[in-house]
Design a protein around this ligand. Structure first.
Ligand code: SAM
Length: 376
């Protein structure tokens, strides 16, 4: 925001009030920040009518509305309230020249082949049980539009077929061997999108290590989404050095989604294959997404799933209908289910046959809704 107002509230609200209020505030155009002490709201243009409609018995929303209605200097535009400004930022002049001087991403970007290939039909719309390192070698160069995945995190999660704990060097060596194959099979103009949670307790910033890897390989870093899960599980525990600066332990309720492009930031596609709505686009280009963690992990017998809504937003924002979507760590098949639901083609690979079976079952559920059979 160039110009904005800020409201401060003491954080005395219940977790329930906060987690249901934040998505409504974001949808109304208000940027939210929270810590243990304070809730901070930044805004310029707000859909006040929407707030009024959505507040129900939420105390935080009612208090925000009260404060907004006290502000006297505002105008209206397209039914929304534009609050007049303070905190004006300084304008930078000569932006384009400065950009040229700095070279932008050209300073690390490499050139890859521009010639794209089709995915052989035997791999299309398939869930494949394999080590991704082996399977990906069977795919031609430049044949995948979008890769979306969350890799094994090396946390010690009890996956059925891998133990998920290695010396970090071995973990990154294996992961990067697979990611090198992903870069090779990615089309020119394609995207690699990775949901990653750093190992805070080991002080290993895996999201930075992974990003650094892709930059060194010459992909363009398109950006980062902060996935706020609002799970305040350890709000009152794990302090590190309690009440001492010697080593306080920082706590997080979010994960990262890193986005990289091969050759180009722009991805070509037919207009009729765009399925994102104007409202979705406006909300989702703001790079902080409030999405609750997946609730069906027990039902799907997988301990590290991401929620369907995360995959839905990623695929609608970064891919076209009929694109070919790869998840090389497909787990219980969230990416492939949503790809199917959104009329994308898919390839899901996981080393564990049980997880692949779950992924296939979830596809069958979607296919039966669409009343048509795909091969899985
Ligand atoms: C974080 S989970 C992915 C969960 C998935 N996003 C979902 O929503 O169900 C990582 C997955 O990687 C799989 N995996 C680990 N090493 C693999 C490898 N070398 N090749 C293919 N899959 C692997 C694990 O079995 C696990 O299911």
């Amino acid at each position: 925001m160039d110009e904005y107002r800020t409201l401060h509230f003491k954080n005395t609200y219940s977790d329930r009030d906060v987690s249901s209020a934040f998505p409504v505030l974001n949808d109304a155009g208000i940027e939210t920040q929270i810590d243990d002490v304070e809730i901070l709201l930044n805004f310029d243009t707000v859909d006040v009518k929407y707030l009024e409609k959505s507040k129900s018995d939420n105390l935080l929303l009612s208090n925000v509305l009260d404060e907004l209605l006290k502000i006297r200097s505002f105008s209206t535009s397209n039914g929304k309230t534009v609050f007049k400004t303070f905190n004006k930022e300084k304008k930078v002049t000569g932006k384009d020249e400065n950009k040229k001087k700095r070279l932008g991403y050209e300073y690390y970007k490499k050139e890859f082949s521009l010639y794209n290939n089709d995915v052989p039909s035997e791999f299309q719309n398939k869930i494949i049980c394999s080590d991704s390192l082996e399977l990906l070698k069977k795919l031609p160069d430049n044949c995948i539009d979008v890769m979306f995945t969350s890799p094994p995190y090396n946390f010690g999660i009890s996956y059925t077929s891998t133990d998920d704990v290695s010396v970090w060097q071995d973990y990154f060596d294996k992961l990067f061997a697979i990611f090198r194959e992903c870069i090779r099979v990615l089309k020119s103009g394609g995207r690699i999108i990775i949901n990653i949670q750093p190992m805070f307790s080991d002080y290993i910033p895996s999201h930075h290590v992974v990003s650094n890897f892709f930059l060194k390989e010459g992909l363009i870093w398109k950006g980062e989404i902060l996935w706020e899960k609002n799970n305040y599980n350890c709000k009152y525990c794990t302090w590190g050095s309690w009440l001492s600066p010697s080593s306080p332990y920082l706590k997080y309720s979010w994960e990262y989604v890193e986005i990289f492009c091969k050759n180009l930031l722009k991805k070509d596609g037919c207009k009729e294959n765009i399925d994102i709505t104007a409202d979705e686009f406006k909300k989702w280009v703001y790079g902080k997404w409030y999405i609750a963690p997946e609730r069906k992990m027990k039902e799907y017998h997988h301990d590290a799933m991401f929620p369907e809504e995360l995959a839905r937003r990623v695929l609608k924002l970064f891919s076209y209908k009929n694109d070919i979507v790869l998840d090389p760590f497909n787990g219980a098949g969230t990416t492939t289910k949503i790809a199917r639901e959104l009329d994308r083609r898919y390839i899901g690979i996981d080393i564990d046959e049980g997880y692949c079976e779950t992924a296939r079952k979830r596809l069958l559920e979607i296919n039966s809704l669409f009343n048509q059979g795909d091969e899985t």
